[in-house]
Design a binder for this molecule. Structure first.
Ligand code: AMP
Length: 402
């Protein structure tokens, strides 16, 4: 079964065509700067066979419809084509960021699902409209082919009410649905299943702390295979420190900035989303640059690194308390998978809690799942490369097969 996974962002479109009978990638691509004066498309065809080969073209992409048409043209065209006709695609899986309280599982998309996704636009004003555009154009371009929505929020729908509520007037929850939703759910779900398989335990019996550290960062507490808490909230601004996002801060900082700097709500929102986090502290948001700067004695880079790891460590402590002990801590995504320094700093001093990193294993760069804890410690430490596209494709197959 060939599944096309679509991830429509506000100005980008990522796609991946997978053969789910063999779980191999047929093509993976990204279209960037949609709506800008000049955009680009990059596609890797059969990346398992030719991991280093990719095709790129600079091209004007006025809107998402043009982007979807370009993707189709490239997948089937003479130059980069990997299939001869769209009928070779059996179903499409769409990443949808916000599914509210309604969706705890992937669903086959019909008019009522589209209406629901639209009703959650106020909760995800940047993402859900782009996701919807991708869905609606896909339905036009692939008539009769099933479309499945996989929600970023669905894995977190098992979080109990005492953990997802904010201590603000009840009416804001009942009337506006202001609550913690959590994001990166597909990634947390994927690594949960992979960790259970790796540790030889049924998913229903696995207890984990999953640590997704990429451009966006979030953690999840997983008890008996179900998410019981996560760090992101109503929006992806909450929780850990991120590349440009502040994570948790005193909410009174908003009023303080408005009063003392005369900033509008919109300006404060932009400041906390785009000018904060690692970038706010040291002017860099890529951990590789930060390490290079630390080596050169940049004290702000050192501080940013320490703050970043500190928040991961304090959340590990909190989540161990919630779960009552974990089978494993799982690091994933760009920083989680690649950055030995962040992993070491986040786990440093946690030996009394049963977490002991093996410094040698932590420093080895390798692909695939690996265990980096000292053998015999009560909590394993794992690196599991996340694969959100595969998770969406698997969910799509499951929904289509009923
Ligand atoms: P993701 O959102 O999962 O693609 O992660 C992107 C982030 O991963 C980048 O902003 C980098 O900071 C980080 N990253 C990627 N490779 C490395 C690496 N080798 N060492 C440290 N950080 C990395």
């Amino acid at each position: 079964m060939n599944i096309l996974v679509i991830n429509c962002g506000s100005s980008s479109l990522k796609y991946q065509l997978l053969d789910m009978d063999t779980e191999t990638i047929i093509a993976t691509g990204v279209i960037e700067r949609i709506g800008a004066t000049m955009g680009s498309i990059t596609q890797k065809s059969n990346p398992d066979k030719w991991p280093d080969a990719k095709d790129t073209e600079d091209i004007l992409i006025p809107d998402h419809e043009a982007a979807m048409r370009l993707m189709v043209a490239k997948l089937t065209g003479e130059d980069w084509g990997v299939i001869s006709s769209l009928s070779e695609i059996d179903a499409l899986g769409h990443r949808v960021v916000q599914g509210g309280e309604e969706f705890s599982h992937p669903v086959l998309i019909d008019e009522s699902v589209i209406k629901s996704i639209r009703s959650y636009v106020p909760l995800a004003p940047l993402h859900n409209p782009a996701n919807l555009t991708g869905i609606e154009i896909a339905m036009e371009l692939f008539p009769g082919t099933p479309n499945v929505a996989v929600f970023d929020t669905e894995f977190h729908q098992t979080i109990p009410q005492k953990a997802f509520m904010y201590p603000i007037p009840m009416e804001l929850y009942t009337g506006l649905k202001v609550r913690k939703y959590g994001f990166h759910g597909t990634s947390h779900k994927y690594v949960t299943k992979a960790a259970a398989a790796h540790l030889g335990k049924p998913v229903e019996a696995i207890n984990l702390i999953t640590v997704h550290l990429g451009n966006g960062c979030s953690m999840a507490a997983v008890k008996n295979g179900q998410c019981v808490d996560t760090t992101m909230g109503l929006t992806p601004l909450a929780g850990l420190m991120m590349g440009t996002r502040c994570g948790d801060i005193d909410p009174a900082i908003h009023a303080f900035l408005a009063k003392n700097r005369g900033l509008s709500i919109r300006e404060i929102d932009a400041l906390l989303n785009k000018e904060s986090g690692l970038n706010g502290i040291c002017g860099m948001n890529d951990m590789r640059d930060i390490h290079a700067a630390r080596e050169n004695g940049d004290t702000n880079a050192q501080l940013a690194f320490e703050m970043f790891a500190y928040r991961v460590k304090t959340t590990i402590g909190a989540y161990l308390a919630i779960i009552g002990g974990a089978d494993a801590i799982v690091f994933t995504a760009g920083i989680g998978e690649n950055d030995e320094f962040v992993r070491a700093a986040a786990c440093e001093g946690l030996e009394p809690l049963g977490i002991t990193l093996d410094a040698r294993k932590n420093a080895i760069r390798a692909s695939g799942i690996r265990s980096i804890g000292v053998v015999g410690s009560s909590v394993s430490v794992l690196i599991i490369p996340t694969d959100e596209e595969l998770e969406i494709a698997q969910a799509t197959v499951d929904v289509v097969n009923g």
